[in-house]
Design a protein around this ligand. Sequence first.
Ligand SMILES: Cc1cc2nc3c(=O)[nH]c(=O)nc-3n(C[C@H](O)[C@H](O)[C@H](O)COP(=O)(O)OP(=O)(O)OC[C@H]3O[C@@H](n4cnc5c(N)ncnc54)[C@H](O)[C@@H]3O)c2cc1C
Length: 296
Amino acid sequence: MKALIFSDNSDIAAQIISAMRGKMAADVAVFSPVPQGFDEYGASRVFELKGDQVSESAFAAISDIFSKGGYDFFLAGSTVRGREIAGMMSEKFNLPAVTEITEFLPEAGKIRTKRFFYGGKTLLEEESEARVFTVMPGIAEASKSGDKSPVETVSMPASRVAILKRVDKNAASVNIEKAPVIVSVGRGIGSKENIEKVKPLADAVHGEIAGSRPVCLDYQWLSEDRQVGLSGKKVKPKLYIALGISGQIQHIAGMRTSKVVVAINKDKAAPIFEEADYGIVGDLFQIVPKLVNALK
Ligand SMILES: Cc1cc2nc3c(=O)[nH]c(=O)nc-3n(C[C@H](O)[C@H](O)[C@H](O)COP(=O)(O)OP(=O)(O)OC[C@H]3O[C@@H](n4cnc5c(N)ncnc54)[C@H](O)[C@@H]3O)c2cc1C
């Protein structure tokens, strides 16, 4: 059995290659330039896709590789572009698809997968004959195999879409998915200005500030790239400090793999305490300065 992997996010691609090791041979396609060291994760081949990074062009190149390569499976990292291309692959090759998987286990011609269900409240374990999968970030730790993969350049055909200009969504963007410590604020923070009051805690623990959906999306007190949750980023820091976050399942879906969770909430019945290793019931504006003093 043999798989073709694609992700426009090379970190996710490296995680998927690592997850496939020992299960089946896997080739991987990523956009040019191939990051340094990316050929050391154990892929049989690395395809470097050159040209404008437009889904239509990437799909044309990837589907060509897939149809010539005798692949059994196509796995795309679950990003906006990965999901789009997985859909196109499923349609073009008439292959059943399972989306947003967190585990991939080949068993006697079938594939056993796991994925979150009911907004992350349950884990669905399925056995299927699916051939196309979108894979959630974090399916495995990216780990080098010790072997070097050959890298082949593939030119993506020109698209009918021309990229005229690229504008960064947010020049000061952060990658909270990689942060080892996160201080996350919820609606309980009350206002954009109040976020300044918890920054000393983030500084003291060398953490990145993140937030729940109301904070990032509804009120825009933080930028959207700091949103944790089902429709935001999936994070797994060593330490996640939740301040004034109730802990609804859609938030938990983004941080449940954090190693240690500390929650501060004035409502002792808040569901976040079910996820927390350490919980403090009280007003975050009184507790945070005490924590900062203690940490100093
Ligand atoms: C399809 C879908 C996708 C979603 N995706 C996401 C997502 O990606 N991420 C996400 O976060 N949400 C997501 N949500 C929204 C989610 O359901 C919740 O509404 C949201 O997580 C609640 O955010 P919150 O905890 O900040 O606010 P609230 O639920 O309003 O909680 C605020 C908490 O702050 C506490 N509090 C108030 N004042 C203080 C104080 N002074 N000190 C201490 N505690 C205090 C309160 O007791 C309360 O528990 C999604 C919802 C849907 C339907």
